[in-house]
Design a protein around this ligand. Structure first.
Ligand SMILES: NC(=O)c1ccc[n+]([C@@H]2O[C@H](COP(=O)([O-])OP(=O)(O)OC[C@H]3O[C@@H](n4cnc5c(N)ncnc54)[C@H](OP(=O)(O)O)[C@@H]3O)[C@@H](O)[C@H]2O)c1
Length: 308
């Protein structure tokens, strides 16, 4: 019998206990899933940050660490981790992100705030059609590509940017520094869905934010530290950017007293854009355990050198 350690915050366990047991049994694996176990006896570690495990050295016989999170910046640099690390690619997570991103893009595209906050006189403002609106997505991975395709299906003119060149039907995909400059220059609405790595930290600094069209809107459900906070505040306060919708922050929870709180041009959502869904995510974890036991390559392995 295998031993699977569930190493996440205690509050997650009741949500995962049954779905994980079910998914593992359905994958034909005999395993006990535990929240505490002798490290020397653990075969697989299901991991989320802020749980009980920081030092992976005592897990001598473990075959892999299976992250419950898509973003792995808190575990990828851990020097004690010498095991394969798989990140979470969960259909439920991607669906949630598509809904968040399309919802917030449509809010800004249609100018919904004008009506939500209450009109004072009869002053119609007709928005352009989506086919006339340019939306750009930084990061064309599992989540960015899904959002790009959903927005393209609504007729938006979608461009995107990734580290390596990519082809996506209906999307103008670019890479490299010149590709970034061109992507930013045409982004009326910019969605950042980048992982946090050494290369992406502070990527959206004052210089790059200044490339966006006048009045552009920024939506960031990726990682907070991809944006230089002070440069963003300056761009909003000087009227160069129209609005920022932020789901992720350098420090979470966003500290009381942070200038983002209460800012008239910033919408804060508390890291709710997309949550890993226990039912679908458990099947992904179980499939990776099955692969490990069958000697097949793991799915969604993290490139530790690239950081994601
Ligand atoms: N707010 C939330 O609730 C929430 C939920 C889940 C995830 N997230 C965040 O969303 C991020 C993206 O998730 P994902 O599953 O889509 O990740 P992913 O599949 O690994 O995709 C990452 C994308 O970013 C690109 N990229 C990475 N480094 C880059 C660089 N230096 N320059 C240009 N492009 C770069 C990658 O390029 P290549 O295609 O060339 O590799 C890829 O297209 C996660 O890392 C996490 O931080 C947030």
């Amino acid at each position: 019998m295998l031993t699977v350690l569930f190493a996440a915050k205690d509050e997650r366990w009741p949500h995962y206990r049954d779905p994980l047991a079910r998914a593992i049994a359905e994958a034909g694996i005999v395993a006990q899933v535990m929240t505490k176990a002798d490290p020397a006896l653990v075969d697989y570690i299901v991991f989320a940050p802020n749980g009980p495990v920081y030092d992976f050295a005592p897990f001598k016989r473990a075959k892999a660490v299976l992250s419950l999170w898509a973003g792995v910046e808190k575990i990828a640099p851990n020097p004690t981790l010498r095991l394969p690390l798989a990140r979470m690619v969960d259909p439920g997570l991607a669906e949630g992100m598509v809904e968040y991103v399309t919802g917030h893009v449509l809010r800004h595209h249609l100018g919904i705030d004008r009506y939500v906050h209450g009109l004072r006189d009869w002053s119609p403002a007709v928005p352009p059609l989506a086919r006339e609106r340019r939306v750009a997505i930084l990061g064309l991975g599992e989540l960015g590509a899904a959002c790009a395709q959903a927005l393209a299906a609504l007729n938006f003119r979608v461009s995107g940017w990734s580290r390596r060149p990519k082809t996506l039907p209906g999307i103008l995909a670019r890479s490299g520094e010149e590709g970034l400059v061109r992507t930013l220059a045409e982004a009326e609405i910019l969605v950042a869905l980048l992982p946090l790595t050494a290369e992406t930290e502070n990527l959206l600094d004052a210089r790059r934010l200044s490339l966006l069209p006048q009045g552009a809107v920024l939506i960031n459900p990726g990682r907070g530290a991809v944006i230089d906070d002070a440069a963003l505040l300056a761009a909003l306060d000087e009227g160069r950017l129209g609005h920022a919708t932020l789901d992720v922050f350098r420090e979470e929870p966003l500290p009381q007293g942070h200038p983002f709180w209460g800012h008239p041009k910033i919408t804060i959502t508390p890291h709710v854009a997309a949550e890993t869904r226990p039912e679908t995510a458990s099947r992904v974890i179980a499939e990776n355990i099955r692969r490990g036991e069958a000697g097949e390559p793991f799915l969604y392995l993290v490139d530790r050198a690239a950081g994601y």
